[in-house]
Design a protein around this ligand. Structure first.
Ligand code: HEM
Length: 454
């Protein structure tokens, strides 16, 4: 009797084993070539949290560099609740973003989609995306933004004037500057009332405190009301599509550009020879305008005569790599560079890693704008992404920075500080340290003061 029971138990275990083996084989052989190619090397970390903490609690360079050293330029990990494949070679990043882009759709954390709205440009492919892209490009291409150089300049001058003589948080103030320019480029300079109203809505939205019981039916209705005067209304988009995309463009434009400006101020303050070269270039432009009787207002053509400052912007974009990576998702099982990427896995081209690889940029941690006197190798410099989703606002972003740097260096001296806690409360000291939120930023947003040059 005991023997029979043992036999039954043994048979059940064998049966269970065979069943599991069979299921596993079926799972592995379904889809395209699962057995032919392995998953990329790497670790998925802890259940659910994966390696999110390791990535976000330190300098992302340390996380990426240690993985690349251990596993090579394509490796798997698990962050923000999703299995991911990270890509750190320029050629493979181009495959994901350009050559085989149809296999990798854009995707973002659900919280971003909720805040911006499902109809925003970032989340789409195909005809709808093409239509939105044309619309956005029309507003931000050189031919359009040429006409607002003097308006941007007025915003820059007012912004800097309002900060004279006080200690201020560079990132916060630059956010106000870039927000005002984003609104100017969307609404034009005459629609001040709409601009202020939309600003209020955006702040509420950003805080996530929009009242659910609002009689306007939530943020969409309020923003639609504000946008109903806009030229975008004639484009055949629905009200919801217009509202989501206005919010989306502001979101894409404000913190990114403000963060680059904050880093530039820091690098200029820390590199006196670079600051001097930029100042001389900008003073020369100012003087040649005065002497030529052209008036003081900057023109689009003036901003094309700033090669040193342009290289400082390029080097800042490289070293700071504001967007460390972007998110894509495999739309089907994909064979990629000898590996298998399952449908639904996230795929992350690592801009920061590509920008910090000594193979692409010798002495990558050194801030050296002169390296851009020679064009970088193809696909190694992608601060604005690549392919059909690359940044349509890149010309505007560079213009905003050039104009602000012109006034900053010709009129002011920079002193940078750091606020830190002591027994006596918050005190000032020398600036150091980086904080890693969604963007890498100088500690405390870089508190500084500006004093007028005598
Ligand atoms: C220095 C500042 C900026 C940086 C570093 C930056 C970077 C980027 C990057 C890397 C992408 C591509 C993301 C991806 O492929 O998933 C992108 C997309 C985008 N950016 Fe920018 N951006 C900046 C400023 C701006 C400005 C000023 C605007 C608007 C005027 C803007 C509007 C957009 C939009 C609408 C997209 C989505 C394009 C699409 O999905 O087709 N950005 N940006």
């Amino acid at each position: 009797m005991k023997f029979t029971a043992m036999l039954c138990l043994f048979a059940s275990i064998v049966f269970l084993f065979l069943f599991l083996l069979h299921s596993l084989l079926r799972f592995l052989t379904s889809g395209s070539g699962r057995l032919k190619f392995p998953l990329p090397p790497g670790s998925l970390g802890w259940p659910y949290i994966g390696e999110t903490f390791q990535l976000y609690s330190q300098n992302p360079n340390v996380f990426f560099a240690s993985k690349v050293k251990k596993y090579g330029s394509i490796f798997k990990t698990h962050i923000l609740g999703c299995p991911c494949v990270m890509i750190s070679s320029p050629e493979a990043a181009k495959l994901v973003l350009v050559t085989r882009a149809h296999l990798f759709k854009p995707t973002f954390p659900a919280s971003k989609e909720r805040m911006l709205g499902k109809q925003a440009i970032f989340f789409h492919q195909g005809d709808y995306h093409t239509k939105l892209r044309k619309l956005v490009l029309r507003a931000f291409m050189p031919v359009a933004i040429k006409n607002i150089v003097s308006d941007i300049e007025s915003i820059a001058v007012d912004c800097l004037k309002s900060l004279e003589g006080q200690v201020f948080n560079t990132f916060q103030e630059m956010k106000t500057y870039t927000f005002n320019i984003a609104l100017l480029s969307i609404f034009g300079k005459d629609e001040i009332l709409y601009r202020e109203d939309l600003k209020r809505c955006y702040y509420i939205l950003e805080k996530g405190s929009w009242p659910k019981s609002s009689h306007l039916g939530g943020k969409q209705s309020r923003i639609i009301l504000i946008c109903s005067n806009l030229s975008w209304v004639t484009t055949g988009l629905t009200d919801e599509q217009i509202a989501d995309n206005i919010i989306g463009v502001i979101f894409a434009a404000r913190d990114t550009t403000a963060s680059v400006l904050t880093w530039i101020v820091k690098y200029l303050a820390e590199n006196q020879s670079v600051l001097q070269a930029v100042t001389e270039e900008q003073v020369a432009i100012m003087k040649s305008k005065e002497e030529g009787g052209e008036g003081k207002v900057l023109t689009w053509e003036d901003t094309k005569k700033m090669p040193i400052t342009t290289r400082v912007i390029q080097e800042t974009l490289r070293v700071a790599s504001i967007l460390s990576f972007t998110f894509r998702e495999a739309v089907e099982d994909v064979e990629f560079e000898g590996y298998f990427i399952p449908k639904g896995w996230k795929v992350l081209p690592l801009f920061r890693n590509i920008h910090h690889s000594p193979d692409n940029f010798p002495e990558p941690e050194k801030f050296d704008p002169s390296r851009f006197e020679v064009a970088p190798k193809p696909n190694t410099f992608m601060p604005f992404g690549n392919g059909t989703h690359s940044c349509p606002g890149n010309e505007l972003a560079k213009l905003e920075v050039l104009i602000l740097v012109h006034h900053l260096t010709t009129k002011y001296r920079l002193i940078s500080f750091c606020l830190f806690s002591s027994a006596a409360g918050l005190v000032l000291g020398p600036q150091s340290g980086i904080q890693y939120g969604p963007f890498a930023l100088p500690q405390n947003g870089l508190p500084i003061t500006l004093s007028l040059k005598t």
